[in-house]
Design a protein around this ligand. Structure first.
Ligand code: ATP
Length: 214
């Protein structure tokens, strides 16, 4: 039987309940066999000082431990330098059967930025795109995406058929949490309990991550 694999990439700096709840809701709604959370490599100057890519990865690993079908995927970080999503999808495709379904999850903000991505028109040759509706997303899509949406979007995400080629919107429990907010709370000495899983909180505390250095 064809497998159904989801991919959620992000900086996960740190991973939080907004990411995790979205991932789980999509995995449930679409009966995914696996939802891979894949931390991105970033240029060194854009990394948060004192938080290494390996620590971002470790926090994702802790967050998804035992929470099937969520899994951590270290493929992009193993490559050490930023990789293009289209290349990652190509590599993943090469490991799957031809009829396996691949779903790329994108927040609304990321989706709107698609036209600036490397070889973005090719993405749908490898996957379906699921656009996660974020609470702060009320903007209109850019013009460059209007035709694509008209041609490729389907209204019911669970009706997506075939291995690739369509776009669907997935409505979710709104959780207006961001990693930026979490970094700011920690830098000002405040608690982030219940915004990140307990295991992630314990890791942040044990390693003194995101605290203002003084
Ligand atoms: P930052 O605040 O550092 O920009 P972030 O919280 O937006 O980070 P990312 O790692 O950039 O997190 O996000 C990875 C993916 O998860 C993106 O597609 C983003 O749109 C989505 N996402 C982030 N936060 C939420 C949330 N609260 N609800 C739903 N999706 C989210």
């Amino acid at each position: 039987m064809a497998k159904r694999i989801g991919l959620l990439g992000g900086t996960f700096d740190p991973v939080h309940i907004g990411h995790l709840r979205s991932a789980l809701e999509v995995a449930d709604a679409l009966a995914l066999d696996e939802l891979r959370m894949m931390p991105n490599a970033r240029p060194p100057h854009r990394d948060t000082p004192q938080v290494s890519p390996q620590q971002r990865l470790e926090m994702v690993r802790l967050a998804v431990d035992g929470i099937a079908p969520l899994v951590m995927d270290d493929r992009e970080l193993k490559r050490d330098k930023p990789s293009y999503t289209v290349d990652t999808l190509e590599l993943m495709r090469a490991e799957l059967a031809a009829d396996d379904q691949l779903f790329l999850l994108l927040g609304w903000d990321a989706f709107c930025g698609l036209p600036s991505w490397h070889r973005w028109e090719e993405l749908l040759q490898h996957c379906h795109i699921l656009v996660l509706q974020r609470p702060d997303a009320d903007s209109e899509p850019p013009d460059a995406l209007r035709n694509l949406l008209a041609a490729r979007s389907v209204s019911d995400p669970s009706a997506l058929t075939g291995p690739n080629g369509n776009i669907a919107f997935v409505w979710q429990t709104p959780l207006a949490v961001s990693a930026t907010q979490i970094r700011q709370l920690l830098a000002s000495g405040k608690s982030v309990r219940f915004l990140v899983p307990d295991a992630v909180l314990a890791y942040i505390d044990a390693h003194g991550l995101y605290r203002a250095s003084n």
